[in-house]
Design a binder for this molecule. Structure first.
Ligand SMILES: Cc1ncc(COP(=O)(O)O)c(C=O)c1O
Length: 291
């Protein structure tokens, strides 16, 4: 979709992902992670899968594993809303909750510990995650851009699968395109600080302790900037975007929206900035936004 911009700005084009079956871009990742496992499995009923989630990946994994009859253990932060956890459990998933102060790194580490009992899907390292965004999300963006030539691709980073996968697809057709990494101010990409329990905008974040997401680290030469947005700002941007444009963006989409507008203002008329809107926001985000 064409995003409204002020006069003198570059164009901003966004790919909306909230119409996927479970409502977010992570439906693609869940499908990819499961395909990777099922490709070399004779009988899925004997499988026990383990994965961690910042929120959105858990829903499609629980739906697909429920339908396939595959045993699934999900590791999430204690900060996850209770009704979301209840929904996952009602689909047959076992849910393990980690102290919120341990941050996303603590959630990942707990899942790694549990990998002794089942097969860890490991979204931060799975080439299927990256590949899916290259051949589906990214290929669709390339096609939907038509004649437009992208200069930047702006995306919030959880695993970096979206950012780097889409950037790879764009780069095959448009070698000049560069990525812009967006993460929460409360724990930016690559931060040396330890993980913390401060609320962050959805699905995204640095890991802390100086750890960098492998997909992003592998593509640093294709990046053109590292930007941050705080959780309170992302929530107020959700409100602002709804009031100004009528679009209901989730908090990571709102962070992408604002960052894409900033980058577009810096590049000026004639350039094109592409971004993605990963979801339309959870009930708890909208309650906080007061809409
Ligand atoms: C709402 C939302 N935005 C952005 C992301 C980041 O996606 P990726 O893991 O592809 O970097 C996620 C991942 O969970 C998410 O749920």
């Amino acid at each position: 979709m064409e995003v409204p911009v002020p006069a003198g700005s570059a164009r901003v084009l966004a790919k909306a992902e909230w119409e996927n079956p479970c409502g977010s871009i992570k439906d693609r990742t869940a499908f990819a992670l499961l395909c990777e496992v099922l490709a070399d499995c004779d009988d899925p009923r004997g499988l026990h899968l383990v994965e961690y989630s910042g929120g959105n990946l858990a829903a499609p994994l629980s739906v697909l594993c429920g339908r396939l009859g595959v045993r699934l253990t999900l590791v999430l932060s204690e900060a996850t809303p209770g009704d979301y956890v209840d929904e996952l459990r009602s689909r047959g998933a076992a849910v393990d909750l980690v102290d919120r102060e341990e941050g996303f790194l603590g959630v990942m580490e707990r899942a790694r510990e549990l990998s002794g009992t089942g097969r860890l899907l490991y979204q931060h390292r799975s080439q299927a995650n990256l590949w899916m965004h290259r051949i589906s999300t990214g290929a669709e963006v390339v096609e939907q851009l038509g004649e437009a030539v992208p200069d930047r691709f702006v995306a919030s980073v959880g695993t970096g699968g979206t950012l780097v996968g889409v950037l790879s697809a764009l780069g095959e057709r448009h070698p000049g395109v560069r990525g812009v990494v967006v993460t929460p101010s409360e724990l930016p990409y690559g931060s040396d600080e330890p993980p913390n329990g401060r609320p962050k905008y959805a699905g995204s974040g640095g890991l802390g302790n100086g750890i960098r997401q492998p997909f992003v680290l592998g593509a640093v030469d294709r990046m053109d900037g590292y930007r941050t947005v705080s959780r309170p700002r992302a929530i107020s941007l959700m409100r602002q975007c709804l009031d100004e444009t009528g679009m209901r963006l989730g908090s990571s989409a709102a962070a992408n929206w604002r960052t894409a507008l900033d980058v577009a203002a810096e590049l000026g008329e004639g350039a094109t900035v592409v971004t993605v809107f990963p979801d339309a926001g959870s009930p708890s985000e909208w309650a906080e936004a007061g809409r």
